[in-house]
Ligand binder design. Structure first.
Ligand code: BGC
Length: 729
């Protein structure tokens, strides 16, 4: 027996011993199973097939499960359908459970704002909580593996998948990726409310040329390391147990058949020991890339390049006859080990089935709905608010709501909306009606089905709005206009929408534009003319009430843009962190780097977002001017709320390396903090930035931090900052 006084010390040691014993136990079980499997059964474990979009299974896949020739499925969900499939798998001689995967991107049944919108909150705690709820609901439906988060940096708003990530910045995306992984996985993916996450799309997917989905990405290794890899590293450091290569070819080599990416970098350099799952049919598509002549050849190439599991297709299975060499058999065994380890870590051998009672209690639980309402408000970015048009004054009793997105439930839950149901979504019209009750009137004519690229209805509702005290114009893109396979060459508002806003403007009444979108749009006319614009993205199941909370002033908006809004498509790529040129832009000098037909500035800069109150952020202060190169840069700012409402401000710290051996961006976000400041009060905000974060990758592939002068810029957006100089030595 251990004497009590040693217990505290002994506990961690005992725990470590237990973990190791359990680890050895798992390894022994893995080896035991592996030794009994035929090659056909092994290849079956490396196969993940799809279910119906509605969540049901396909008979041919149940047949595979009955033969012991299937590793798992995706899309099949719910305790009912997964139970039917699982029973088939467990009736085989090896009794290896299936794993059920699904794209739980921003919620399972309760849907949160789209990831880009959630990132506009700059609230990592919120992101972690939302992912945890998503995991809880999904796991209750016996889905234990999500293909999320997307860790891609998106610098081209034409790319529809920009909506699935955290925007253009590496530091912000890294922080959100890690928070989402923590939320999905917690400390133990076997727990009944957690699931395995999958970082995608490794790597450089967001750099697809021309913003065209699936296109090649011409990115240098330096830019991969500096810009595109860090969010994946952050996700792995947070414990992500699986990763999905991009469909794209990087420097000519498709990621699915890229041993440099999947083995040299991921496994050898970063020490990843989890599962690499291909994207949908990506092995078969190696033939489209024309790097494999046949599907079996593609299967072998994928396995040899570092793929563990093939999603959707069967090329690896079809390559069975080529897998029989000792070297290939070794690769198959290693991949199967990784799949079995994943299933053990998920606790599937112990708990292969879901529990219908838990599922019923979890889905759309009131606490989850409350959180999605909070998330929807926090995602809102107040882009413009001339003369305090918003919040809607209490005196406004007749509110007209026009525009195709005002009651579009499908768009509200966005793309990749999991098992979310449009009928569960509460629209802005519902929310405003509910809020006004008998004390006011909502004037609204339904747009009917607003999906697609235009909207149609008997009238546009403007005539009826003539009687209103205040008009809300709810416009933007429908959810299907962004997301996968939704790249666009124009970022203008869909047809008729500008015309609608112009008609409302002509009424001469107070009005605000509510802009729903999954990507930046070129809305120069709105920016110049409309009195108020609230960007809401797609707010999720409780999007309507969450947005209404902001419009009516119960919640003071605090969101900031995680991505630059360009003035025109021709300006793209346009991000806040541009590098200097030989002839930096000057408005009055033709011979500088610019377009001659448009301003060089964005419509709205990265980090921009207003509040119903005003904040004053001081000049950054530090007791030191010089910091050790192996230490930390420390400074503080005071944030004063000079208005009459409490509010949250997001303080952003950008740094520039003033003179370096290679050309460095004019500014890069290095840290940010969200602070609540009561009206009339000040709060001190401390920052500590490790000096090692101020380095860069050289063209030779080395990471260096160079001593010398740096400029620190702190403010409430990338364009509105106060600076100070410091030195690293
Ligand atoms: C997408 C992935 C997704 C997969 C499974 C693919 O088309 O690129 O992001 O996880 O489908 O639904």
């Amino acid at each position: 027996m251990i004497p009590p006084r040693f217990l505290c010390l002994a506990l961690p040691l005992l725990f470590a011993a237990l973990t190791t014993a359990r680890g050895q136990d798992v390894e022994a079980k893995v080896e035991e199973i592996l030794s009994k499997l035929t090659l056909e059964e092994k290849l079956g474990q490396l196969r993940l097939v799809d279910g119906h979009a509605g969540g049901g299974w396909k008979p041919q896949h149940r047949y595979l499960a009955q033969q012991g020739l299937l590793g798992g499925t995706f899309n099949v969900r719910g305790t009912g359908p997964t139970g039917e499939m699982q029973r088939a798998a467990l009736a085989t001689r090896h009794k290896i459970p299936l794993v059920f995967a699904f794209d739980v991107v921003h919620g399972y049944r309760t849907i949160f704002p789209v990831p880009l919108g959630e990132a506009a909150s700059w609230d990592l705690e919120l992101a972690e909580k939302c992912a945890a709820v998503a995991a809880k609901e999904a796991r209750s439906a016996n889905v234990s593996w999500t293909f999320a988060p997307m860790a891609d940096i998106a610098r081209d708003p034409r790319w529809g998948r920009i909506v699935e990530g955290a925007g253009e910045d590496t530091v912000l995306t890294s922080a959100f990726t890690a928070a989402r992984v923590r939320g999905f996985q917690g400390n133990n993916i076997a727990a009944p409310d957690r699931m395995l996450s999958c970082l995608k799309h490794f790597a450089g997917s967001g750099a697809a040329e021309g913003g065209r989905d699936y296109n090649i990405a011409e990115v240098s290794v330096r830019s991969l390391r500096e810009t595109h890899f860090p969010p994946f590293l952050a996700g792995l450091a947070a414990g992500a147990g699986s990763i999905m290569p991009t469909f794209s070819a990087i420097d000519g080599v498709p990621a699915t058949s890229n041993p440099w990416l999947l083995q040299d970098v991921l496994r050898k350099e970063w020490g990843f020991n989890g599962v690499v799952v291909t994207d949908y049919d990506a092995v078969g598509q190696l033939a489209n890339h024309r790097v494999a002549a046949t599907y079996p050849a593609a299967g072998l190439l994928a396995l040899q390049s570092g793929i563990t599991i093939e999603m959707w297709g069967s090329c690896m299975v079809e390559a069975e006859s080529m897998m029989k060499t000792p070297a290939n058999l070794k690769l198959v065994d290693e991949a199967v080990r990784n799949v079995l380890r994943m299933k053990f870590k998920l606790g599937l051998f112990d708990k292969p089935f879901g529990d219908p009672a838990r599922e019923k209690a979890a889905l759309l639980n009131p606490d989850h709905l409350k959180l999605t309402r909070e998330a929807a408000s926090k995602a809102c970015v107040l882009l413009k608010n001339e003369g305090n048009t918003l919040p809607i004054p209490a005196s406004a009793k007749k509110i007209a709501i026009v525009g195709p997105l005002a009651d579009d439930r499908t768009s509200l839950i966005g793309s990749w909306s999991g098992d979310g149901r449009p009928e569960d979504a509460v629209t802005l019209v519902d929310a405003v009606r509910d809020r006004l009750g008998a004390s006011g009137t909502v004037i609204h004519e339904s747009a009917g089905n607003a999906s697609g690229f235009s909207f149609s209805r008997p009238s546009d509702g403007v005539e009826a709005a003539k009687d209103a005290d205040f008009v809300l114009v709810v416009i933007g893109e429908t959810a299907d206009m962004s997301g996968e396979a939704a790249s666009k060459s124009s970022l203008d508002l869909p047809p008729l929408q500008l015309d609608l806003v112009q008609k409302v403007h002509a009424l001469g009444k107070p009005y605000a534009v509510v802009l729903m979108t999954g990507r930046p749009l070129t809305v120069g006319w709105l920016a110049e003319t409309c009195p108020a614009i609230l960007l809401t993205w797609f707010g999720g199941t409780m999007g309507g009430p969450g947005i209404a909370d902001v419009l009516f002033g119960d919640v003071n908006p605090s969101g900031k843009l995680p991505v630059t809004f360009p003035r025109s498509v021709g300006q793209i790529p346009l991000t806040y962190n541009l590098t200097p040129t030989s002839r930096p832009y000057r408005a009055d000098d033709k011979w500088t780097s610019k377009y001659t037909d448009i301003s060089s500035s964005p419509l709205w800069a990265f980090g921009h977002g207003l509040s119903y109150t005003d904040f004053e952020i001081s000049q950054p202060m530090s007791s030191q001017l010089r910091f050790p190169i192996d230490g930390k840069v420390t400074f503080k700012v005071s944030v004063k709320n000079t208005g009459s409402r409490d509010g949250d401000e997001i303080v952003q710290a950008y740094i520039r390396d003033d003179v370096a051996s290679i050309t460095r961006p004019n500014k890069e976000l290095k840290a940010f903090k969200r602070v609540s400041v009561p009206a009339g009060k000040s709060v001190m905000v401390d920052f500590e930035i490790p000096a090692k974060d101020l380095g860069f990758w050289t063209p030779k592939g080395e990471y260096v931090v160079e001593p010398g002068s740096f400029t620190l810029m702190v403010g409430d957006s990338s364009e509105s900052v106060q600076s100070a100089r410091f030195y690293l030595e």
